[in-house]
Design a protein around this ligand. Structure first.
Ligand code: CA
Length: 317
């Protein structure tokens, strides 16, 4: 035995256990060979498009890191996710200043991933909410897309008053005829965070809106199944967009638009569990996490948990 057998090498784990698989090990770097994976993942580090100051560009790296805080085993369902790899395509390189150019790169890269690598499901780590516009645009090249959006806000601002931002993605999608208003479902929209004009625009375009009051008063399971049933005759895929500001500030301190009156984490987890089990769901983004203002990475851990929940639901179904 060496004199230094208890000396920890730099970078080595302090505690190792052969029976524990860290959830971070589920991620496998894309090496140019993996075709048709069950689940792929890509990071979109863009937050220059945020209306308020945001460090959401740092979120993809932080969320990946947070996966190592969890194991791959679900005690609730007695399922071990070990072996259910996610092919990680890395982060899309953003332009230094040009938001429209960055959007083009996002749309182009996601389209390339879908065309050439064909993941059955793709998870997109934002970034701020502006990334959903180019991301959903890429999916629309292959599918008629319906969207289920979790958000405190409608994100239906017009583009004339400030260009493309994290307040405009869903209006941009509707006005570019990429999705139809009737195929957009917004869940968790809440008081004192939206203007009446956007509620009216939502009504005019036939968007289905579930306010936080409805989420509180009805079961999330019923709402999700109602949303899926409404979309399944109209579209051939569902894209789930999760803005973490749908959560109450107590559960998601690390996002630019924190506020009270939001969803609790169990409700969002349950919603993602139902959606992960739905075959029509082929894409999901998680956006608006700013690790710079987070507390003990609570919000990035939530994103990592949602990712694991989504994978578990897929394995279970
Ligand atoms: Ca949003």
């Amino acid at each position: 035995m060496s004199t230094f057998s208890f000396l920890k090498k730099s970078g080595e784990a302090v505690f190792t256990d052969d029976f524990v698989t860290k959830a971070g090990e589920l991620l496998v770097q894309y090496d140019g060979t993996q075709q048709n994976p069950q689940v792929g993942m890509v990071g979109v580090p863009l937050s220059k498009s945020s209306i308020s100051h945001s460090g959401a560009a740092l979120a993809p790296t932080t969320i990946r890191k947070m996966l190592n805080g969890f194991t791959t085993y679900s005690i609730e369902d007695d399922i071990d996710l070990a072996g259910n790899h996610v092919v990680d395509y890395g982060d899309i390189l953003m332009h230094v200043t040009d938001i429209r150019e960055s959007q083009q790169r996002i749309s182009h890269t996601i389209e390339e991933i879908l065309r050439h690598h064909k993941p059955s499901q793709l998870i997109i780590l934002g970034g701020d909410h502006s990334i959903s516009y180019p991301s959903i645009t890429a999916f629309s090249k292959f599918h008629k897309v319906g969207v289920i959006q979790f958000d405190a806000h409608h994100d239906l601002r017009n583009l004339e008053d400030g260009g493309p931002s994290n307040g405009t993605p869903f209006r941009s999608l509707i006005e570019s005829n990429i999705i139809e208003g009737k195929n957009l479902v917004q869940i968790g929209i809440r008081d004192f965070m939206n203007s009446k004009a956007y509620r009216e625009y939502a009504r005019e375009k036939g968007i289905t809106v579930y306010s936080m009051k409805e989420v509180r008063q009805r079961s999330i399971k019923v709402i999700i199944h109602e949303a899926i049933n409404g979309l399944k005759e109209q579209v051939d895929m569902i894209y789930v967009s999760v803005d973490v500001d749908v959560l109450d500030q107590a559960f998601a301190p690390g996002c630019p638009a924190i506020g009270p009156g939001g969803m609790d984490s169990e409700t969002l987890i349950e919603a993602i569990e139902h959606l992960g089990a739905c075959e029509l769901v082929k894409g999901m983004d998680i956006v608006e996490i700013d690790p710079m203002v987070d507390f003990r990475d609570m919000t990035s851990k939530m994103a990592a948990w949602l990712l694991l929940t989504f994978l578990k639901a897929r394995v279970k179904s």
